[in-house]
Design a protein around this ligand. Structure first.
Ligand code: G6P
Ligand code: ZN
Length: 544
């Protein structure tokens, strides 16, 4: 017997979705009514779930299973028709996006704090994706936030937990629950996109690879696709078992947090190709033997070689990058004669461009790359794209990068993060730079001539919506650039991100250490923003 309970509640402060859903400490999500309030506010914000079909899954972090049961009970209590859920409540973010699209669902709930650490002391998150499979646009997240401020009650079914181990269909009250293999549909989609025969032949020829799943959700996906389908040797995928605390690691695929992989790739016995993905499987890191590829360069290389991939053989409709991402892809777009869009940080801003057929490939400096095959960035897809290109070109990553830079020039790029900075100090720093925007152009700072200075705002060319205050952007003579913004995904204090870029066209200077090449821009950033004094830090916490 099931019984719908209506529970009186009060608004809880701070339930404002950020760059990518609502992210808080796990303990916060576990506190009284916190999750229930937010889920009910999603239902209220999207006009209810009565008669709707939803997709549900998460990255397997601590509290994933319990939260999934709450979502199921609350969906049933509010009259949802059906929920399609990944076995054991697991689904990578791109796999969830694919399922929403493929099954024509009305939307989905993804339980994840992406690359943030998990566990009782770590972070948890809830994200609502719309019917196109993409993160809810601001119009929807604003409504959800409004609903969190006016909520007076939530509805939940009184019932036992639903068994989610094993595929099949069960009923919860009047709602159907279809439990699906989290990998199967996604693997099928990858087969439709890429030249699996060419990649298979590449591995047969002795090409070696290491994929670090970082104890996060892509382990089962990578094992199935790389090792079983494509014949990469056993042991290619490491840290393949998803763990609730990611093995106490930080599931963010960058040179700092994927250091073991980086060390192997830079060592004497490096495999030909290395890659990693994050907590929920939407980010990627690409690293060749002795050659790290920045996410910005990765996007540019994929765009330049896209026609080698069956799904993109006809060419790209356009490309898009987030504003702080380097301009490397702009040069490729120019060469191909296609449009290139610069959007604010956050994958949701690509949704309209993809839906409208204006862009085929998108990417962000924050290790996200994707295309119109789903409406999320997609870690494993990016890895397969690289493998497809290498298989067709019959070359190594370092050779491909060299050839690319010779053709397009090299955009040296780095991001310096200052984490857990006092919020007031961080806002003060931004205000301080904001005040200088009007006077900087034409002046010289630390020996660099400023050519432009603006606070980035984005007018969506598809729906005309405007997003303001999306980062401070300062251009220098010769194409160098400095961007400052505060992260929208942190859970403690403020994270200041300093993005640095310098364009180099002289082939004799393509092999510099990026920090050395960028030294003048770094000096200008310090002179303009006074980072050291204002944050009280001598050096960034993370450099990528
Ligand atoms: C998430 C979003 C990305 C975004 C990234 C960094 O991963 O999906 O689109 O680029 O966060 O956001 P932040 O606000 O922390 O710089
Ligand atoms: Zn992620």
């Amino acid at each position: 017997m099931t019984h719908i309970r209506t529970v009186p509640t009060e608004p809880i402060e701070g339930q404002k979705p950020g760059t990518s859903g609502l992210r808080k400490k796990t303990t916060v999500f576990q506190s009284h009514h916190y999750l229930e309030n937010f889920i009910q506010s999603i239902w209220n914000g999207i006009g209810g779930v009565e008669g709707k079909t939803l997709v549900l899954g998460g990255d397997g972090r601590h509290f994933n299973s319990q939260a999934a049961q709450v979502v199921l009970r609350m969906a049933a209590a509010s009259g949802a028709k059906k929920v399609i859920v990944g076995e054991r409540a697991l689904l990578s973010t791109p796999a969830a996006s694919n399922l929403i699209r493929k099954r024509g669902a009305d939307g989905g709930i993804i339980l994840s704090a992406s690359h943030n650490p998990g566990g009782p002391e770590g972070d948890f998150g809830v994200k609502y994706n719309a019917g196109n499979g993409g993160p809810a646009p601001e119009g929807i997240t604003d409504k959800i936030f409004e609903a969190t401020k006016t909520i007076t009650e939530f509805r939940i079914l009184d019932s036992q937990d639903v068994g989610l181990a094993g595929t099949g269909t069960v009923m919860l009250g009047d709602m159907e629950i279809e439990i699906v293999d989290p990998v199967a549909d996604y693997a099928e989609l990858m087969k439709e996109i890429f030249d699996f025969d060419a990649i298979h032949a590449l591995f047969r020829s002795g090409f070696t690879m290491r994929f670090d799943a970082m104890h996060a959700v892509t382990g089962p996906y990578a094992r199935m696709i790389l090792e079983e389908e494509l014949g990469a040797g056993p042991g290619t995928v490491i840290n393949a078992i998803p763990l609730p605390d990611f093995g106490k690691g930080h599931p963010d695929p960058n040179p700092i947090w994927a250091k073991t992989l980086m060390d192997e790739m830079m060592g004497d016995h490096a495999p030909d190709f290395g890659a990693a993905s994050d907590g929920d499987g939407d980010r990627n890191m690409i690293v060749g033997k002795h050659c790290y590829v920045t996410p910005s360069d990765s996007l540019a290389v994929l765009a330049a070689n896209a026609t080698l991939v069956p799904a993109y053989a006809e060419g790209l409709k356009g490309v898009a990058r987030s504003m702080p991402t380097s301009g490397a892809v702009d040069r490729v777009a120019e060469g191909l004669g296609i449009d290139c869009y610069a959007t604010p940080t956050g994958w949701k801003f690509f949704g309209n461009l993809l839906d409208a057929g204006r862009a085929t490939l998108c990417g962000e400096e924050s290790a996200g790359t994707g295309s119109d095959h789903v409406r999320e960035k997609d870690g494993l897809w990016a890895v397969l794209f690289w493998l497809n290109v290498l298989a067709r070109k019959q070359c190594l990553v370092a050779e491909l990068m060299d050839a690319h830079w010779k053709e397009y020039g090299r955009n040296y790029y780095s991001r310096h993060d200052y984490e857990g900075v006092d919020s007031e100090a961080a806002n003060g720093l931004m205000d301080h730079v904001r005040e200088q925007l009007g006077v900087l152009p034409g002046n010289e700072v630390a020996g660099m001539k400023v050519t432009s200075a603006e606070e980035f705002a984005y007018d969506d060319p598809v729906d005309g919506s405007r997003a303001e205050k999306q980062g401070l952007q300062i251009g220098f003579e010769g194409g160098s650039r400095l961007v400052l913004r505060l992260s929208g995904t942190g859970t403690e204090g403020a994270t200041l991100r300093v993005y640095l870029e310098k364009v180099e066209t002289d082939p004799a200077k393509f092999a510099l250490d990026p920090q050395v090449a960028l030294a003048p821009v770094i000096a200008a950033a310090e002179a303009i923003a006074g980072i050291k004094t204002r944050t009280g830090r001598d050096a960034p916490d993370v450099i990528t």
